[in-house]
Design a protein around this ligand. Structure first.
Ligand SMILES: C[S@@+](CC[C@H](N)C(=O)[O-])C[C@H]1O[C@@H](n2cnc3c(N)ncnc32)[C@H](O)[C@@H]1O
Length: 268
């Protein structure tokens, strides 16, 4: 049997997981076979998607709790291709942030979810140390429907795969908790994409502004998508320097007047 361009999925009834093994899948003509425990084919699917997209397709197609990927060397690069595919235009905004903050040595991402944006930062800021901060708790944002889409255990599992062997340090905690562990003026870039409610965004900005070096950058997602995000950003930082595909960015070059304004805010 020719195993090239195939994704083998094994359903294990003992733990209710699907184990997927990937063999050099290219973008076209992917053949997925589902086996039962006796290695008998019980379903087959041929699609033209690429590898990681398929894992999600499979997950929707059959009622399973989880997909465990039997990792191989080329999986990661396929996954990145998929991420570019799946995130579509919104990658350009993240790439633009990386281009502007290209001297970044230390970065903090608040809200990493399954590591898609984190992997893009890692690819475009290869010399940076990237802290990925997320508590991976279910029901994390009552106003964000997507917080109910998946069990966060599965989301965290995907994060671990996507960010494996990269310049990424996982911090399983809230933005606020991690901010207490970081020195003032030590971070080059903070990217905020956690809880999108006004009080949370405001708190993220106020907690992290002091941690950013002068001339460093504060940035984030969903400026237009969430009114709460826009209101908090505009109120505390003013209109962003740039907004690219809903990613906002502002350089930390504050006057003394702005510093004292922020200090007052932080006391409140
Ligand atoms: C919209 S998702 C992030 C998407 C990700 N940045 C991407 O583009 O692929 C929001 C994430 O923020 C996390 N989150 C919620 N509250 C948080 C907090 N207080 N601190 C850090 N992360 C938080 C959630 O667990 C969730 O994974």
């Amino acid at each position: 049997m020719n195993i090239n361009n195939q994704l083998f999925c094994f359903f294990d009834s003992s733990d209710n997981n699907v184990y997927a093994k990937y063999y050099g899948i290219e973008k076209q003509n992917v053949n997925i076979k589902f086996y039962n425990e006796k290695s008998l084919i019980y379903d087959e699917l041929i699609t033209t998607n690429d590898c990681a997209q398929l894992l999600f397709t499979i997950k929707e197609k059959i009622d399973i709790k989880n997909i465990k990927i039997l990792y191989n060397d080329s999986f990661e690069s396929e996954l990145l291709k998929y991420l570019s595919f799946k995130r579509g235009g919104s990658n350009l905004g993240l790439i633009k942030v990386c281009e502007i903050a290209n001297k970044t040595k230390i970065m903090v991402e608040i809200g990493s979810y399954q590591g898609e944006s984190t992997a893009i930062f890692s690819t475009y800021l290869p010399n940076a140390k990237i802290y990925a901060v997320d508590p991976w708790q279910n029901h994390y944002d009552a106003k964000d429907g997507s917080s109910e889409d998946y069990d966060m255990k599965d989301v965290e599992y995907n994060f671990d795969i996507i960010t494996k062997n990269r310049n990424i340090i996982k911090k399983k905690m809230t933005s606020e908790e991690f901010s207490f562990m970081i020195d003032d003026e030590s971070v080059d870039l903070v990217y905020i994409d956690g809880n999108h409610q006004y009080d949370f965004v405001k708190n993220d900005i106020l907690k992290w502004i002091p941690k950013i070096k002068q001339n460093g950058y504060i940035s984030g997602h969903d400026y237009h998508m969430f009114e709460d995000v826009r209101n908090a950003v505009d109120e505390i930082l003013g209109v962003p320097d740039i907004i690219v595909e809903d990613n906002w960015l502002k350089r930390k070059t504050y006057s003394e007047e702005m510093k004292s304004f922020l200090n007052n805010k932080m006391v409140l």
